[in-house]
Design a protein around this ligand. Sequence first.
Ligand code: ADP
Ligand code: MG
Length: 140
Amino acid sequence: MAIERTLSIIKPDATRRNLTGKINAKFEDAGLRIVAQKRIHLSPAQAGQFYAVHAERPFYGELVEFMASEPVVVQVLEGEDAIAKNREVMGATNPANADAGTIRKEFALSVGENSVHGSDAPETAKEEIAFFFSGLELVG
Ligand code: ADP
Ligand code: MG
């Protein structure tokens, strides 16, 4: 297994409920290292650009509005097989289908307000990290 990096976002439903630390503990307990992190408030245009891949989906407008509604914490997680491992720790998109112990099972409010984002493949991880972080901000 290779050491990978993946882009994670703690979404507005979770920052609003002061869950950043509890969610970060889940990552660290799983062996993922938070190598970069910042709290930002996305504009609707920035949220729309980040989720452009979903532009044709019926929930796109709702998703963009939600992601721009309140601050988010964007972060880079590093570790062995980090992309898949993070997806495991996150749990299924819909919390009703998420396994016990996952972030979404414990914290998500709904399929839309589901507390975390995680990259889904090496190419998207690279693009999504570059969307939020410069090389200078990635100290490892
Ligand atoms: P994931 O975040 O698990 O990779 P997707 O990439 O399919 O899931 O969807 C991106 C985000 O869009 C989800 O995390 C969720 O916030 C939102 N979303 C997905 N499906 C729905 C839906 N049916 N209704 C409302 N929001 C949704
Ligand atoms: Mg996705």
